[in-house]
Design a protein around this ligand. Structure first.
Ligand code: CMP
Length: 139
């Protein structure tokens, strides 16, 4: 069984699609092992996205991620990293497939509604960034 970190970003929370995103996970057989709503500080956002710190969009991205509350979740299931990324669609919503979360709700390459870990190593780091073992519930 695999785990991944999912974030509903400030634009997704603002658009009131928290339930819609969760519904897509649940109807596709993905289980939620942990969940909370938080509002990141700038330094917390910088720590989470540290792999992107040399990228030109880093400052704008970390400003955006602190612009409002986010929903962080741990998803669990077989091949859930790839499955979640398929449900999200491409980072750039213009390249996202029909029926994906980003195709349906994203408006911008940065304001792309959701984040999902891209590999087992990043999933382990990202889950540990937000949750401790007591907050994870395999079902
Ligand atoms: P995410 O999957 O959270 O990973 C990094 C984020 O940086 C990405 O989604 C976008 O929100 C944001 N971003 C902004 N500009 C770019 C870009 N040119 N390429 C990739 N990611 C970008």
């Amino acid at each position: 069984m695999e785990r991944t970190l999912s974030i509903i970003k400030p634009d997704g929370v603002e658009k009131n699609v928290i339930g819609e995103v969760i519904k897509r996970f649940e109807t596709n057989g993905i289980k939620i092992a942990a969940m909370k709503m938080i509002h990141l500080s700038k330094s917390q956002a910088q720590g989470f996205y540290a792999v992107h710190k040399e990228r030109p969009f880093f400052d704008s991205l970390t400003d955006f991620m602190t612009s409002g509350p986010i929903v962080v979740m741990v998803l669990e299931g077989k091949d859930v990293i790839a499955k979640n990324r398929k449900l999200m669609g491409a980072t750039n919503f213009k390249e996202a497939e029909e029926g994906t979360i980003r195709k349906d709700y994203a408006t911008d390459i940065e304001k792309n509604v959701v984040h999902g870990s891209d590999a087992p190593e990043t999933a382990a780091f990202e889950i540990g960034y937000f949750f401790n073992d007591l907050e994870l519930h395999s079902r």
